[in-house]
Ligand binder design. Structure first.
Ligand code: G3H
Length: 496
């Protein structure tokens, strides 16, 4: 058990004697009161007072761009970041263990999350050198010479979701930090403990007040921070509903930069020209990796009627063969779900579909035991059903039969989101037609492969409610900084 009665503020790891929030694992154990989630530890239940102190620390550390951190040279900031990476790697085993216990991520997935985050930091450092070359050049025109500098923006509030508690927060926090901004980061309720081993590394690597952690109830502590108007950038990854609520709290919303990656109900389109085995394998990965709890997951599969039976038969057999178990067990693909209300929500979606004529195709599909929900292939799904519209973010695979390829195109045209699609077809003319149709509706079209964010150096964004801003190693560095010019007239004396 981890009892983290500490938080990082103004360069100190401060102890906390007040109330705490207990953190429970999705992994259940037998107790006197029956099967229950295992208690993993607790974290400070900090209040508005500590939240405002953390904000003040970040504002003072920035000091209108004159603080110790924003004033450092690029080389000095890179050296601090390299020290952080070194210290972070020392904590690899414990962070991976916590990701398994806290959010139910399998050992390979937890390991990948840690390692890709380290890669992201190293790639950010490399990209920074390219950006510096681009930004510090001189430009001369019409008798004026300008030096172009890239400056930080101020205080960045970074928040991320439970499904990638490390990777997603770090993909905003790290570029924001290295560009010279100061940081407040709010940890997700599930996944908060995974950050605990890294507090010391932050403290040791960066000047005081540069990075500050926030715990406690978001509704209580985030409102006063946003309402203060002192946050310059909101970096939020979560639902558009919460994001829009947060933005409204800020008095200078038009000047606030928001870097957001949000809602998505990504579709797969499997046409009669698809290689069915390829489509089944990729849809399985796309829909059910980490139990479907990925913003990039395939959440609706359109299949052309000519091959619907062959496709659904193979898909439901593949889903039925997925091994449920505990995150650290060999070969396990289906693990317990961290969100307390998720099993009931998934059941309601399935019941809605069943009451409107759909069926579950695989044995045990949708069955719920404590925190486990066995994946379900639901077919045929149509527009009247919740599963056609709602982002289930869990182990349900809704399959929609279609006649004409215009039907999935219309789905995307009418959707409020537009992150990714996956097209399955071996017919080049058809693929070209679908790519042309979708490329203006979503931000990534995948051909004969599942939807995913990675590699993380690629731009990660979306249309409509799926994103505001773009994250990638290079784009994020630009997003968390601004260019300013120092211009002067060319004279005989400064010409050289
Ligand atoms: O939930 C959104 C994640 O950034 C998805 O990343 O596609 O690599 O699993 P992934």
């Amino acid at each position: 058990e981890i009892h983290q009665r500490e938080y990082l503020i103004n360069g100190e790891i401060v102890s906390w004697d007040g109330p705490v929030t207990n953190i429970y694992s999705p992994v259940c154990v037998a107790t006197d009161g029956g099967i229950q989630r295992k208690l993993l530890g607790s974290v400070p239940n900090t209040t508005q007072k500590e939240a405002m102190e953390a904000l003040d620390a970040a504002v003072a550390a920035y000091d209108n761009g004159h603080g110790k951190w924003p004033s450092m040279s690029l080389e000095e900031r890179i050296a601090c970041m390299q020290k952080f990476v070194y210290l972070m790697i020392q904590q690899r085993d414990i962070v991976i263990k916590l990701l398994m216990w806290e959010i139910g991520k399998t050992l390979p997935d937890a390991t990948k999350e840690f390692d890709r985050t380290v890669d992201y930091i190293n790639d950010t450092i490399d990209a920074l050198k390219d950006l510096d070359r681009e930004s510090s050049r001189f430009q001369q025109a019409e008798g004026t010479i300008a030096q172009i500098r890239r400056n930080p923006l101020g205080v960045v509030l970074s928040m991320g979701p439970f499904n990638y508690p490390l990777n997603e927060i770090f993909t905003t926090l790290i570029p924001a930090l290295i560009m010279g901004n100061t940081i407040l980061f709010k940890l997700p309720k599930h996944g908060v403990l995974a950050h605990y081993p890294l507090l010391e590394a932050f403290k040791e690597s960066f000047p005081k007040g540069t990075v500050n952690t926030l715990y406690g109830r978001g509704a209580e502590i985030i409102s006063p921070i946003m309402e203060s108007g002192k946050v310059n950038v909101l970096a939020f990854i979560g639902s558009s509903k919460v994001a829009n609520g947060l933005k409204k709290l800020h008095p200078k919303i038009n000047r606030l930069r928001a870097i957001l990656s949000l809602d998505a109900k990504n579709a797969a389109i499997v046409t009669k020209h698809a290689n069915i085995d390829v489509a089944v394998n990729e849809c399985l990965l796309g829909a059910l990796s980490f139990n479907g709890q990925r913003c990039t997951a395939l959440k609706l599969i359109f299949v052309q009627k000519d091959i619907a039976e062959a496709f659904t038969t193979k898909l439901s057999a593949a889903v039925a063969a997925l091994k449920p178990g505990l995150p650290w067990q060999e070969g396990v693909k289906i693990t317990p779900l961290p969100e307390e209300n998720k099993p009931a929500y998934l059941k309601a979606c399935i019941d809605d579909a069943l009451s409107k004529g759909a069926a579950i195709l695989n044995e045990h599909g949708g069955h719920n035991e404590a925190t486990f929900v066995f994946p379900a292939v639901v077919y045929p799904v149509n527009e009247q059903m919740r599963l056609y519209h709602e982002e289930q973010f869990g182990p349900i695979v809704p399959v929609v039969p279609f006649e004409s390829i215009q039907e999935p195109i219309d789905y995307q045209i009418n959707a409020s989101h537009g992150m990714q699609v996956s097209i399955f077809s071996e017919n080049p003319a058809e693929v070209a037609q679908l790519v042309d149709s979708f490329v203006n509706l979503v931000s990534r079209v995948n051909i004969n492969c599942q939807a995913q964010r990675g590699p993380d150096v690629f731009p990660f964004t979306g249309r409509k409610d799926s994103a505001e801003g773009t994250l990638s190693v290079f784009d994020a560095l630009r997003s968390f900084s601004i260019r300013s010019l120092v211009a002067t007239k060319v004279t005989d004396s400064n010409k050289k």
